[in-house]
Design a protein around this ligand. Structure first.
Ligand code: HEC
Length: 350
């Protein structure tokens, strides 16, 4: 209310000096009352503009002063954008160089590059085909188990995946497992139980090498994970037997396989048409058996395959729900800031 700037105006409007003196003399209340009366009188006559505006403009212009730091922030942002651009450029160049170098090295290898097959379980939401996993177990049991172990899988793992509990118990009871010691301290053989691991064909590595021309048939449980592009590699190895091309010599007891590193493999061609008789009547072509046994090995290498995908779906649903809540709360909290208006009106000169 009390504004010194109106004083010179009073003078120019022809008011007596005594009034001005009155304003500055006397008690504070008296002074204020006199001035308010004078200014409202002048305002009514349209000779004085509202004095109340001055402090409001002052506040507004202070906001503007603060925002004058914007140009600096813009500069920093531009620099960081340029740096990010350069960084991405360098990374892309190095990445593509490494990728093409890797490709060129692959091209000079002796074995063929493994093709990628359209597996039905590859999709984000796709599960394993359990009928195929069961057929795959049959292929393993009938063919592969004579040389390869599957030592990390128990019979109980098969329950509700490939077999019912009774079937799995019956499968386990077919093998003799060493157990003991009994009351007299002796080890003995007993029929297998659900908790037993699938027995290996040879007691140790030396025995299996001795039976296989010195080559070691690897444990198949985690082979899918242990080889590059494991799923397609195993399928390709199983179906990649052919006559050796001219100029390549294959030693006694070895076969030519286009996908096995080095070309010659000690494992003979085991998967041939009708090598097994499927329970469910599917015709056992070579590729069918190879596909089924690979699907079975995918399951052994990640027993949680289906559960993991279900968990992922549940996790996504929960995250989506939490994200929606977080977004709503954020919008609510920021509403005051986002909906305010900052206006700049320059200070009036009197
Ligand atoms: C007669 C024994 C025998 C049988 C039966 C057999 N394999 Fe093999 N397998 C071998 C031997 C030995 C090797 C090692 C070959 C080498 O190192 O030259 C091997 C190697 C492999 C490899 C390549 C492993 C690697 O190190 O890259 C795969 C995959 C494989 N076998 C899968 C199978 C599957 C699946 C079956 C069943 C359909 C099977 N094998 C049946 C003896 C056998």
């Amino acid at each position: 209310m009390y504004d010194r700037s109106i004083i010179p105006m009073w003078r120019t409007q022809g008011h007596s000096n005594s009034c001005v003196r009155n304003c500055f003399g006397g008690s504070r209340i008296e002074r204020n009352v006199t001035c308010v009366m004078a200014s409202s009188l002048l305002r009514t006559c349209g000779l004085l503009r509202s004095a109340r505006r001055t402090p409001r403009f002052g506040t507004t212009s202070r906001i503007y002063t603060k925002t004058s730091a914007f140009p600096r922030t813009k500069g920093i942002r531009r620099i960081s954008k340029v740096c990010a651009g350069i960084g991405i450029g360098i990374l892309t160049t190095c990445g593509s160089c490494l990728y093409f170098l890797d490709k060129s090295v692959l091209a000079v290898g002796e074995e063929l590059e493994v093709p990628n097959y359209p597996w039905s379980f590859n999709g984000l939401l796709a599960s394993l085909d359990h009928a195929a996993v069961r057929r795959g177990w049959q292929v393993y049991k009938t063919i592969c188990s004579t040389c390869h172990s599957l030592q990390y899988v128990s019979y109980r793992d098969l329950v509700n995946v490939t077999h019912t509990e009774e079937e799995a118990k019956a499968l386990a009871a077919e093998v003799q497992v060493e157990d003991g010691p009994d009351d007299e301290g002796n080890y003995f053989k007993r029929p297998g139980k659900l908790s037993d691991k699938i027995p290996p064909p040879f007691p140790n590595e030396q025995a299996s090498r001795a039976a296989n021309n010195g080559a070691y048939p690897a444990d198949l449980t985690y082979l899918v994970n242990a080889r590059k592009n494991g799923i397609n590699y195993i399928f390709s190895v199983l179906t990649g037997y052919m006559e050796a091309p001219a100029g390549i010599e294959i030693r006694e007891g070895q076969s030519f396989n286009a996908y096995f590193p080095g070309g010659s493999v000690t494992m003979p061609q085991m998967v041939v048409d009708d090598a097994v008789q499927y329970d469910d009547g599917v015709r056992a072509y070579t590729s069918q058996q190879a596909k089924d046994v690979v699907e079975f090995l995918v399951w052994t290498s990640s027993i949680e395959f289906d559960t993991r995908k279900v968990m992922m779906l549940k996790g996504c649903a929960i995250c989506l729900f939490l994200f929606a809540i977080a977004y709503h709360v954020k919008r609510q909290k920021w509403a005051t800031m986002k909906t305010r208006k900052i206006a700049y009106v320059p200070k009036q000169k009197y």
